[in-house]
Design a protein around this ligand. Sequence first.
Ligand code: ADP
Ligand code: MG
Length: 217
Amino acid sequence: MKTPFILSSALAIHAAIVAHEADIESLDRAIGDGDHYINMKRGSEMIAGMYNELLPLPPEEALQKISMKLLSTIGGASGPLFASFFMGMSKYLKEHHAKINETNMHLETAAAFAYGVQSMMMRGKSNVGEKTMLDVLVPVSTTFTTMAAQGKSVAEICAAVKNAADKGLEYTRDLLATKGRAAGLGERAIGHLDPGAKSCQVMTHTVCDLVLKEMKQ
Ligand code: ADP
Ligand code: MG
Protein backbone atom coordinates (compact mmCIF):
# COMPACT_ATOMS: atom_id res chain seq x y z
CA MET A 1 0.00 0.00 0.00
CA LYS A 2 1.40 3.33 -1.05
CA THR A 3 0.60 6.80 0.29
CA PRO A 4 -0.63 8.21 -3.09
CA PHE A 5 -3.12 5.32 -3.22
CA ILE A 6 -4.34 6.03 0.34
CA LEU A 7 -4.88 9.66 -0.67
CA SER A 8 -6.65 8.93 -3.95
CA SER A 9 -8.86 6.52 -1.97
CA ALA A 10 -9.73 9.33 0.45
CA LEU A 11 -10.73 11.62 -2.43
CA ALA A 12 -12.81 8.89 -4.09
CA ILE A 13 -14.42 7.94 -0.77
CA HIS A 14 -15.39 11.53 -0.08
CA ALA A 15 -17.09 11.77 -3.50
CA ALA A 16 -18.84 8.41 -2.97
CA ILE A 17 -20.13 9.33 0.49
CA VAL A 18 -21.55 12.59 -0.89
CA ALA A 19 -23.16 10.65 -3.77
CA HIS A 20 -24.84 8.32 -1.21
CA GLU A 21 -26.02 11.09 1.11
CA ALA A 22 -29.68 10.19 0.82
CA ASP A 23 -29.23 6.48 1.72
CA ILE A 24 -26.77 7.00 4.57
CA GLU A 25 -28.65 9.93 6.06
CA SER A 26 -32.01 8.19 6.04
CA LEU A 27 -30.63 4.99 7.60
CA ASP A 28 -29.13 6.84 10.57
CA ARG A 29 -32.32 8.86 10.91
CA ALA A 30 -34.30 5.61 11.08
CA ILE A 31 -32.22 3.76 13.69
CA GLY A 32 -29.67 6.32 14.95
CA ASP A 33 -29.53 10.05 15.53
CA GLY A 34 -29.08 11.20 11.93
CA ASP A 35 -25.46 12.37 12.10
CA HIS A 36 -23.65 9.44 10.49
CA TYR A 37 -23.61 11.00 7.01
CA ILE A 38 -22.18 14.27 8.39
CA ASN A 39 -19.54 12.38 10.38
CA MET A 40 -18.49 10.38 7.30
CA LYS A 41 -18.53 13.42 5.03
CA ARG A 42 -16.50 15.54 7.44
CA GLY A 43 -14.04 12.71 8.15
CA SER A 44 -13.34 11.99 4.49
CA GLU A 45 -13.18 15.72 3.71
CA MET A 46 -10.66 16.18 6.51
CA ILE A 47 -8.42 13.39 5.19
CA ALA A 48 -8.67 14.63 1.60
CA GLY A 49 -7.71 18.10 2.91
CA MET A 50 -4.47 16.66 4.34
CA TYR A 51 -3.35 15.64 0.82
CA ASN A 52 -0.24 17.83 0.54
CA GLU A 53 0.83 17.22 4.13
CA LEU A 54 0.53 13.41 3.83
CA LEU A 55 1.81 12.84 0.28
CA PRO A 56 5.55 12.80 1.16
CA LEU A 57 5.07 10.49 4.18
CA PRO A 58 5.46 6.70 4.24
CA PRO A 59 2.05 4.96 4.45
CA GLU A 60 2.37 4.01 8.14
CA GLU A 61 2.94 7.64 9.09
CA ALA A 62 0.18 8.93 6.83
CA LEU A 63 -2.26 6.42 8.41
CA GLN A 64 -1.19 7.43 11.91
CA LYS A 65 -1.82 11.12 11.14
CA ILE A 66 -5.20 10.25 9.63
CA SER A 67 -6.10 8.34 12.78
CA MET A 68 -5.14 11.20 15.08
CA LYS A 69 -7.03 13.72 12.97
CA LEU A 70 -10.21 11.63 13.02
CA LEU A 71 -9.92 11.09 16.76
CA SER A 72 -9.63 14.81 17.44
CA THR A 73 -12.26 16.05 14.98
CA ILE A 74 -14.98 13.44 14.40
CA GLY A 75 -17.47 12.80 17.15
CA GLY A 76 -19.97 10.01 17.55
CA ALA A 77 -19.13 6.34 17.72
CA SER A 78 -17.71 6.22 14.22
CA GLY A 79 -14.89 8.81 14.66
CA PRO A 80 -12.96 6.89 17.35
CA LEU A 81 -13.78 3.55 15.67
CA PHE A 82 -12.27 4.59 12.33
CA ALA A 83 -9.38 6.22 14.21
CA SER A 84 -8.64 2.81 15.77
CA PHE A 85 -8.93 1.15 12.37
CA PHE A 86 -6.32 3.47 10.83
CA MET A 87 -4.06 3.26 13.89
CA GLY A 88 -4.18 -0.56 13.69
CA MET A 89 -3.21 -0.50 10.02
CA SER A 90 -0.41 1.95 10.79
CA LYS A 91 0.93 -0.26 13.59
CA TYR A 92 0.88 -3.35 11.39
CA LEU A 93 2.78 -1.59 8.61
CA LYS A 94 5.33 -0.21 11.08
CA GLU A 95 6.02 -3.67 12.45
CA HIS A 96 6.15 -5.45 9.10
CA HIS A 97 7.61 -2.72 6.94
CA ALA A 98 10.89 -4.53 6.26
CA LYS A 99 9.36 -7.71 4.87
CA ILE A 100 6.76 -6.16 2.54
CA ASN A 101 7.67 -6.43 -1.15
CA GLU A 102 5.92 -6.56 -4.55
CA THR A 103 5.37 -10.33 -4.24
CA ASN A 104 3.61 -10.37 -0.86
CA MET A 105 1.97 -6.94 -1.23
CA HIS A 106 -1.64 -8.22 -1.49
CA LEU A 107 -1.32 -10.58 1.45
CA GLU A 108 0.38 -7.94 3.59
CA THR A 109 -2.24 -5.32 2.70
CA ALA A 110 -4.93 -7.85 3.68
CA ALA A 111 -3.09 -8.50 6.95
CA ALA A 112 -2.82 -4.77 7.69
CA PHE A 113 -6.54 -4.36 6.95
CA ALA A 114 -7.35 -7.29 9.27
CA TYR A 115 -5.26 -5.72 12.03
CA GLY A 116 -7.18 -2.46 11.56
CA VAL A 117 -10.51 -4.27 11.83
CA GLN A 118 -9.34 -6.06 14.99
CA SER A 119 -8.30 -2.74 16.53
CA MET A 120 -11.77 -1.40 15.77
CA MET A 121 -13.38 -4.43 17.39
CA MET A 122 -11.30 -3.92 20.52
CA ARG A 123 -12.19 -0.24 20.68
CA GLY A 124 -15.91 -0.91 20.12
CA LYS A 125 -15.99 -4.08 22.27
CA SER A 126 -17.99 -5.45 19.38
CA ASN A 127 -18.13 -8.36 16.97
CA VAL A 128 -20.05 -9.55 13.92
CA GLY A 129 -23.79 -10.08 14.33
CA GLU A 130 -24.37 -6.88 16.35
CA LYS A 131 -25.75 -4.80 13.44
CA THR A 132 -22.73 -2.53 12.99
CA MET A 133 -20.16 -1.72 10.34
CA LEU A 134 -18.29 -4.83 11.47
CA ASP A 135 -20.90 -6.93 9.66
CA VAL A 136 -19.38 -5.53 6.46
CA LEU A 137 -15.75 -5.05 7.50
CA VAL A 138 -15.16 -8.51 8.99
CA PRO A 139 -16.36 -10.52 5.94
CA VAL A 140 -14.56 -8.06 3.65
CA SER A 141 -11.36 -8.62 5.62
CA THR A 142 -11.74 -12.42 5.73
CA THR A 143 -12.47 -12.59 2.00
CA PHE A 144 -9.52 -10.32 1.18
CA THR A 145 -7.15 -12.47 3.27
CA THR A 146 -8.42 -15.78 1.91
CA MET A 147 -8.34 -14.69 -1.74
CA ALA A 148 -4.88 -13.11 -1.38
CA ALA A 149 -3.54 -16.26 0.32
CA GLN A 150 -4.87 -18.31 -2.60
CA GLY A 151 -2.91 -16.10 -5.00
CA LYS A 152 -6.05 -14.85 -6.78
CA SER A 153 -5.82 -11.99 -9.24
CA VAL A 154 -6.64 -8.41 -8.24
CA ALA A 155 -9.81 -8.57 -10.35
CA GLU A 156 -10.94 -11.78 -8.60
CA ILE A 157 -10.13 -10.36 -5.16
CA CYS A 158 -12.05 -7.15 -5.87
CA ALA A 159 -15.12 -8.99 -7.19
CA ALA A 160 -15.23 -11.30 -4.14
CA VAL A 161 -14.61 -8.47 -1.67
CA LYS A 162 -17.40 -6.32 -3.17
CA ASN A 163 -19.76 -9.27 -3.00
CA ALA A 164 -18.83 -9.88 0.66
CA ALA A 165 -19.58 -6.20 1.41
CA ASP A 166 -23.01 -6.43 -0.25
CA LYS A 167 -23.91 -9.61 1.64
CA GLY A 168 -22.64 -8.19 4.96
CA LEU A 169 -24.74 -5.07 4.50
CA GLU A 170 -27.87 -7.06 3.68
CA TYR A 171 -27.21 -9.32 6.69
CA THR A 172 -27.62 -6.31 9.03
CA ARG A 173 -31.24 -5.82 7.94
CA ASP A 174 -32.80 -8.51 10.10
CA LEU A 175 -30.42 -8.27 13.03
CA LEU A 176 -31.21 -6.90 16.44
CA ALA A 177 -28.69 -4.18 17.34
CA THR A 178 -26.65 -4.89 20.44
CA LYS A 179 -24.09 -2.07 20.03
CA GLY A 180 -24.40 1.63 19.28
CA ARG A 181 -27.50 3.83 19.44
CA ALA A 182 -29.73 1.34 17.62
CA ALA A 183 -29.29 -1.07 20.55
CA GLY A 184 -31.86 0.97 22.48
CA LEU A 185 -34.52 0.33 19.83
CA GLY A 186 -34.86 -3.41 20.38
CA GLU A 187 -37.06 -5.04 17.74
CA ARG A 188 -37.82 -1.68 16.08
CA ALA A 189 -34.38 -1.78 14.46
CA ILE A 190 -35.27 -4.99 12.63
CA GLY A 191 -35.96 -4.39 8.94
CA HIS A 192 -33.48 -1.49 8.66
CA LEU A 193 -29.95 -1.69 7.29
CA ASP A 194 -27.23 -0.38 9.64
CA PRO A 195 -25.95 3.06 8.51
CA GLY A 196 -22.30 2.30 9.39
CA ALA A 197 -22.51 -0.95 7.43
CA LYS A 198 -23.91 1.01 4.46
CA SER A 199 -21.05 3.51 4.46
CA CYS A 200 -18.53 0.66 4.74
CA GLN A 201 -20.15 -1.10 1.77
CA VAL A 202 -19.93 2.15 -0.23
CA MET A 203 -16.27 2.63 0.76
CA THR A 204 -15.39 -0.98 -0.08
CA HIS A 205 -16.88 -0.64 -3.59
CA THR A 206 -15.13 2.69 -4.07
CA VAL A 207 -11.67 1.45 -3.11
CA CYS A 208 -12.07 -1.75 -5.18
CA ASP A 209 -13.19 0.26 -8.22
CA LEU A 210 -10.21 2.56 -7.79
CA VAL A 211 -7.84 -0.43 -7.64
CA LEU A 212 -9.40 -1.83 -10.84
CA LYS A 213 -9.20 1.54 -12.58
CA GLU A 214 -5.55 2.07 -11.65
CA MET A 215 -4.73 -1.46 -12.82
CA LYS A 216 -6.05 -0.67 -16.31
CA GLN A 217 -3.93 2.48 -16.65
P1 ADP B 1 -23.26 7.70 16.68
O1 ADP B 1 -23.88 6.36 16.74
O2 ADP B 1 -22.49 8.00 17.93
O3 ADP B 1 -24.25 8.77 16.32
P2 ADP B 1 -22.38 7.52 13.93
O4 ADP B 1 -23.80 7.84 13.60
O5 ADP B 1 -21.35 8.30 13.20
O6 ADP B 1 -22.15 7.65 15.50
O7 ADP B 1 -22.08 5.99 13.65
C1 ADP B 1 -23.06 5.00 13.83
C2 ADP B 1 -22.52 3.68 13.35
O8 ADP B 1 -21.41 3.30 14.15
C3 ADP B 1 -23.51 2.55 13.51
O9 ADP B 1 -24.35 2.49 12.39
C4 ADP B 1 -22.61 1.32 13.63
O10 ADP B 1 -22.31 0.77 12.37
C5 ADP B 1 -21.34 1.88 14.21
N1 ADP B 1 -21.13 1.49 15.60
C6 ADP B 1 -21.69 2.03 16.71
N2 ADP B 1 -21.21 1.44 17.83
C7 ADP B 1 -20.32 0.50 17.40
C8 ADP B 1 -19.46 -0.46 18.06
N3 ADP B 1 -19.41 -0.57 19.39
N4 ADP B 1 -18.68 -1.25 17.27
C9 ADP B 1 -18.69 -1.15 15.92
N5 ADP B 1 -19.46 -0.27 15.26
C10 ADP B 1 -20.27 0.53 15.99
MG1 MG C 1 -25.36 8.72 14.55
